[in-house]
Design a protein around this ligand. Structure first.
Ligand code: G16
Length: 540
């Protein structure tokens, strides 16, 4: 065993979802090692424990896996299970941690951020419940990175990751496992595969865009089991730089999918996932389902899917996610929890059995089958529901709006903003909040305005400063927060929502429907002047 002296790096604080930095930062000598050692030092159960290890295949994935294997052996881990070729999606890792009662999992991914030598890299630690480590653990890891003086490793040759099988490193067992088999079997156990196959046999056409990221192999396996034609999948081979693309499934970065879905005679059903396979978007012919609507539709129809036929215990959404889900919870007479942004906040509710389904506006949805959001799960939910209802995406969505009303919703992202300017916007809005109630902006009157704080109902931990929200008497609202996943400057997110009752006009253009709220947000904060931008970088 080698003990290697090191000194702390600034800024190794995990964000919304793990530590994400540019490749140039991650590949500095000792940078990855310091963070990995901080994980081992902060989670004693990893010593003598089982660890699941894999990533989304982005640049540096392969090297980082060998580094982590050596460090795991030197830190006394009993066994590490690694995906073949180092590939494992985030939901697959969550499932494997739970199946093998592992002490935790290490996921190498910067999710939807671009990859390649000039892109981003990331590392996330998931706990024994399969979910992202809670803040109490990430805070501990961060604190350790700030006083670290040494890390442990071994002098050994790299392990061959290309073949499944067993080997060892010092006294640690290593198992290279099939990346997809367990995940596909789990999906077969949740859904009615015969009914979904029936859709394809009846001629339903599909376009699934894996964005040259990790879901390619998973989608190939699952859609082969379902009998969908091979040409239903595009960009299915994972590449270290995602083919030069940006593996973020939104109308801008999944433009190829959108073009196909909106073309004359486009496919009946479209979907895409992100870098590490935990996000999803769903489209029908000529229609895009906003992620907030998607989770509401899934919840409203979950009883049609075998795994949820006995009903749902409760629902949860992140605060900026539209309140379409709340309407469903109301009708089902079950609770709907409002958590801060970040999947880790759903973990306690899922573990305590308070909720069955949860989701976020950032294209994440999942259930209690694992403790991560799950891109392909959401796609299969939609297909299963379509099979059970014998209806198209468009019909199901229209029907949903006609039942619950429509929450017009959009997120405007201002990316790579100068950090200080973004902070000024937040400070300014926060200082204005107390005086906003009863003020009138255009046709909207402010009902309430606050800085969202969350008290976890299970462990009572308090998370403050989780986004500034301004709620109008009409029920409309806007929320502003700074992203915790960007790597360049700051990303300012403006979340906009307006409710139209079922009896109202349900077919408006989304941006036009939100124009009053967009103007109110601008008038209240003057943010565009402060950040010197006239338009968002991305509208989703
Ligand atoms: C991560 C988190 C999500 C969060 C999203 C956006 O997703 O897991 O819970 O909603 O980031 O976070 P932010 O608004 O702070 O950028 P992923 O898919 O990137 O891991």
């Amino acid at each position: 065993m080698k003990k290697i002296s090191t000194t702390p790096f600034q800024g190794q604080k995990p964000g919304t979802s793990g530590l994400r930095k540019t490749v140039s930062i991650f590949t500095q000598a000792h940078y990855l090692e310091n963070f990995v050692q901080a994980i081992f030092d902060s989670v004693p159960a990893l010593k003598d424990g089982v660890i699941i290890l894999g990533g989304d295949g982005r640049y540096y994935n392969d090297i980082a896996i060998q580094t982590i294997l050596r460090m795991a052996a030197a830190n006394g881990a009993a066994r590490v299970m690694v995906g073949k070729n180092g590939i494992l999606s985030t939901p697959a890792i969550s499932a494997l941690i739970r199946k093998h009662k592992a002490a935790g999992g290490i996921i190498l991914s910067a999710s939807h951020n671009p990859g390649g030598i000039n892109g981003d890299f990331g590392i996330k630690f998931n706990s024994a419940n399969g979910g992202p480590a809670a803040e109490i653990i990430t805070d501990k890891i961060y604190a350790r990175t700030q006083n670290i003086t040494q890390y442990f490793s071994l002098d050994t040759l790299p392990i061959d990751l290309t073949k499944c099988g067993f080997s060892n490193m010092s006294s640690m067992d290593i198992e290279i496992i099939d990346s997809t088999a367990h995940y596909s079997e789990m999906m077969e156990g949740l859904f009615d595969f015969d009914a979904i196959s029936g859709l394809f046999n009846a001629g339903l056409s599909l376009c699934f865009d894996a964005m040259h990221a990790v879901t390619g192999p998973y989608a190939l396996d699952i859609f082969a089991r379902l009998g969908a034609s091979k040409d239903s999948l595009i960009n299915a081979v994972p590449l270290p730089d995602f083919g030069g693309g940006h593996p973020d499934p939104n109308p801008v970065y999944a433009a190829e999918l959108f073009t196909r879905m909106f073309a004359p005679n486009g496919p009946d059903f479209g979907a895409a996932s992100d870098g590490d396979g935990d996000r999803n978007i769903v489209l029908g012919r000529d229609i895009y389902v906003s992620p907030s609507d998607s989770i509401a539709v899934l919840a409203a129809n979950a009883h049609l899917v075998p795994a949820y036929k006995d009903g749902l215990k409760g629902l949860a959404r992140s605060m900026p996610t539209s309140r379409a889900l709340d309407k469903v919870a109301e009708k089902l007479a079950i609770p709907c929890y409002e958590t801060p942004t970040g999947w880790k906040f759903f973990g306690n509710l899922l573990d305590a059995g308070r909720i069955t389904l949860c989701g976020e506006e950032s294209a994440g949805a999942s259930s209690n089958h694992i403790r991560e959001k799950d891109g392909l799960w959401a796609v299969l939910m939609w297909l299963n529901i379509m099979a059970a209802r014998e209806q198209s995406v468009s019909r199901i969505l229209q029907d949903h709006w006609q039942t619950y009303g429509r929450h017009y919703y959009s997120r405007h992202d201002y990316e790579a903003v100068e950090t200080q300017k973004a902070k000024t916007v937040m400070q300014k809005l926060e200082s204005l909040l107390p005086a906003l109630p009863e003020q009138i902006f255009g046709t909207e009157t402010v009902l309430s305005a606050d800085n969202f704080a969350y008290t976890d109902p299970i462990d009572k931990s308090v998370s403050k400063n989780q986004g500034l929200r301004v709620i109008f008497k009409s029920g409309s609202r806007f929320v502003m927060r700074l992203s915790g996943t960007g790597t360049v400057g700051a990303t300012l997110r403006l979340y906009l929502e307006r409710y139209e009752p079922a009896s109202g006009d349900l077919s408006q253009d989304v941006q036009a429907a939100l124009s009053g709220i967009i103007s109110a947000a601008d008038e209240i904060t003057g943010f565009k002047t402060i950040i010197e931008r006239s338009a968002p970088s991305t509208i989703s």
